[in-house]
Write a protein that binds this ligand. Structure first.
Ligand code: SF4
Length: 477
């Protein structure tokens, strides 16, 4: 597996020319937008470009080709993607790059609208066609499907696209491992099933092979991702043991220290899965469980398959079965028809349950979804106010919980260290990029090492800590 973590962020660099022979390497600037699932797609495409002999650069002004891997999930992400694509096209029109390639969800969702909005794109690559990225970048014919721009877009959902030959853009010591593609849930606000298709799972042998490859590349922490990780192995092609079995297999992998479970769907989280989390010593006591709301009527309108009572029983069970568990959730504020009383119920729930971490998104109207067609859409102003109130409510909860950590000791994984030896690290209850961090002065350890620290203070959502003892570098284990 190739990686680029050691390269300076603003440098142009070449990667071994191991694939297609080119007289001159194409310099490719790659912009990755959106969530961890899209990031894995980006890493996979970067790996293929590198193997084809392309030089990857972070400097768009030095690039021959600019690739933008888009997110089309919410209106805000589409606006962001449009701006970045328009910038890339302007760069080309001013004599910079020679070619602009757009990939990802936005392409799959509505290519024509995107091409109408932003003329000047040279090639598009859908989510099921990421193996075509080299042809898109090199400007080769697109199998006669359509020209000008070159189109690599298919509705066919491959059983599974392997995530090998990745050029990772996460730090060397942690990585995302995608265990499935697509989603069989039918949440009324969500466009993902229409973009990514039905759920397909990687067989455990493939997941394990990828995990072994990541570990041999220096990874000590793997976050399992998928649109709905709990449904792993359910559905048309059942996999014996499902997610719980996979967690147990991963737990036996030498060299892997932390396994983190993301994107749990409430109604599919079974006792067996909870037991696996509780019993496997390398599986973090961490559950990321997007709940979206707590009011019964709203949950039903969202088609979430759980009600308030079932949700509360499940949350109680999680805390009961996994001592010291960190529970993270995400909520949607201002769903169509949400009354003030239903919003107040959600605020009170956040106060009462005391999540360890919580994200709130204002409802985003997605035209081709059942929720997008519902009456009584909430105004942007009210959505913003309600979102703000929920976030402030959680802030109080989070600050109180962080204050309670002062004086305690716990192990952390070092993510980065600056020139003064000041480390940014995470404890087991903090997932990369979405949660707070632990700042450790004079850590005396390199990225990828585990150290024991004592928490001395809180700074906003972050903890301040001092090392008590430095572990051996984990990469040697
Ligand atoms: S579980 Fe619901 S919100 Fe998540 S990807 Fe599937 S349909 Fe969308």
């Amino acid at each position: 597996m190739l990686d680029i973590h050691d390269c300076s962020v603003r440098s142009v660099f070449l990667i071994g020319n191991v694939g297609i022979k080119m007289t001159q390497p194409q310099r490719v600037a790659f912009v990755s937008l959106g969530c961890a699932k899209n990031l894995v797609d980006s890493e996979k495409m970067l790996g293929q470009l590198a193997e084809a002999g392309c030089a990857i650069t972070v400097d768009e002004s030095a690039a021959d080709v600019i690739v933008v891997n888009t997110c089309g999930f919410l209106e805000a992400s589409r606006t962001e993607a449009d701006d970045i694509i328009a910038e890339a096209v302007a760069n080309k029109q001013q004599g910079g790059a020679q070619r602009v390639v757009v990939a990802g969800c936005l392409v799959q969702r509505d290519k024509q609208a995107m091409l109408d909005r932003i003329p000047g794109i040279d090639a598009i690559v859908g989510v099921n066609n990421r193996d075509d990225v080299v042809r898109a970048v090199l400007g080769k014919p697109s199998s006669g499907i359509e020209r000008n721009p070159d189109v690599f877009l298919s509705d066919y959902h491959p059983f599974v696209q392997l995530d090998t030959a990745r050029l990772r853009i996460t730090p060397r010591h942690y990585a995302y491992l995608r265990i499935s593609e697509g989603c069989d849930q039918k949440c009324t606000f969500c466009t993902i099933p229409s973009i990514r298709g039905r759920m397909h799972c990687k067989p455990p042998s493939v997941v394990m092979a990828e995990a072994r490859e990541l570990v041999s590349d220096g990874v000590v922490e793997i976050s399992l991702i998928g649109q709905d990780t709990t449904s792993y192995g359910l559905g048309e092609d059942p996999i014996e043991g499902g997610l719980a079995g996979l967690l147990r297999q991963l737990n036996r992998l030498d060299g892997l220290k932390w396994i983190r479970l993301m994107y749990v769907y409430p109604s599919v989280l079974t006792d067996d899965m909870l037991n696996a989390v509780a019993q496997c010593d390398r599986v973090c006591n961490y559950i990321d469980i997007p709940l979206q709301h707590i009011n019964d009527r709203i949950l039903k309108a969202m088609h979430r398959r759980v009600d308030r009572r079932a949700t509360e029983m499940l949350l109680e069970k999680i805390r009961d079965r996994i001592p010291g568990v960190t529970i993270r959730t995400t909520l949607i504020s201002g769903f169509p028809g949400e009354t003030q009383a239903e919003h107040d119920e959600l605020v009170q729930f956040v106060k009462d349950f005391q999540f360890d971490a919580l994200g709130v998104f204002p409802y985003s109207l997605e035209p081709d979804t059942p929720a997008g067609r519902m009456p009584d859409q909430i105004s942007d102003t009210v959505k913003r106010e309600r979102t703000e109130e929920l976030m402030l409510t959680q802030q109080e909860v989070a600050f109180r919980a962080a204050d309670a950590c002062v004086g305690t000791t716990f192990p952390v994984l070092v993510d980065s260290v600056d020139q003064d030896g000041h480390a940014v690290a995470r404890h087991q209850g903090q997932a990369p990029t979405v949660d707070g961090v632990v700042q450790v002065a004079r850590a005396g350890a390199a990225p990828g090492a585990f150290i024991d620290v004592r928490c001395t203070a809180r700074e906003n959502y972050d903890l301040i800590a001092s090392p008590t003892q430095v572990s051996l570098p984990v990469l040697d284990t």
